[in-house]
Design a protein around this ligand. Sequence first.
Ligand SMILES: *C/C=C(C)/C=C/C=C(C)/C=C/C1=C(C)CCCC1(C)C
Length: 255
Amino acid sequence: MKFIKHWRAAVATSALMTMPSLASAAEANLAPDDFVGISFWLISMALVASTVFFFIERDRVANKWKTSLTVSGLVTLVAAVHYFYMRDVWVSTGETPTVYRYIDWLITVPLLMVEFFLILSAITKVPAGVFWRLLVGTTVMLVFGYLGEAGYMNVTLGFVIGTLAWFYVLYEIFLGEAGRINAENASPAVQSAFKMMRNIVTFGWAIYPLGYILGYMMGSVDSATLNIIYNLADVLNKIAFGLIIWHVAVTESDA
Ligand SMILES: *C/C=C(C)/C=C/C=C(C)/C=C/C1=C(C)CCCC1(C)C
């Protein structure tokens, strides 16, 4: 108890000491009319809450579903930390934090894709090839997108190769082995989750290559609009995607 009291006092003192310096850096604080900045804040907090939710709910589902929820929680955790940085870049400079987005995507997108393998693995035996194709396909998509956007290779070529890799993973989950295993072996609940997740990867994910074309290649969308769209897209593509998995895990565990 004594220790906690001292510790509390220490925290309070150091908080007071940092306050003047924060106040003097007023331009680094969120302005009430900075709606892009506010959207960065909102999604940061929603991602933190989702992470806690997925990790706690892991207790509630059958063993074979736990890995899926762990991965959902890791996706929102990694994204939350990146959003803290992106929010700071935006609020203090008004610039688009592209490099943080790509680092975030490089970790979270392959993990999201591997969820297809994991939910099928909870119900049947799935060849490791499915895992690797989903992982490598998404990684190639992002690496070439980055090389194009950062100017290490021709912008259009980077975009074309990235898009082909996206089509490749779409093929895998619609018509390839993953799609077939789902159609032939999955319960109705798993099939319906698989379908919703597949639609997210098709339509929700299309926002990013569109942003690349309109925002980066053509310059016809301003960076504020683009950031709001990306921020909202991540609510669907990371949090709602995780909730679909949570829902099927709970349904199948209770069955
Ligand atoms: C949570 C973040 C997600 C789901 C991000 C997804 C990003 C993409 C689907 C990016 C796709 C791109 C292409 C299909 C072509 C090349 C340019 C990219 C990387 C923007």
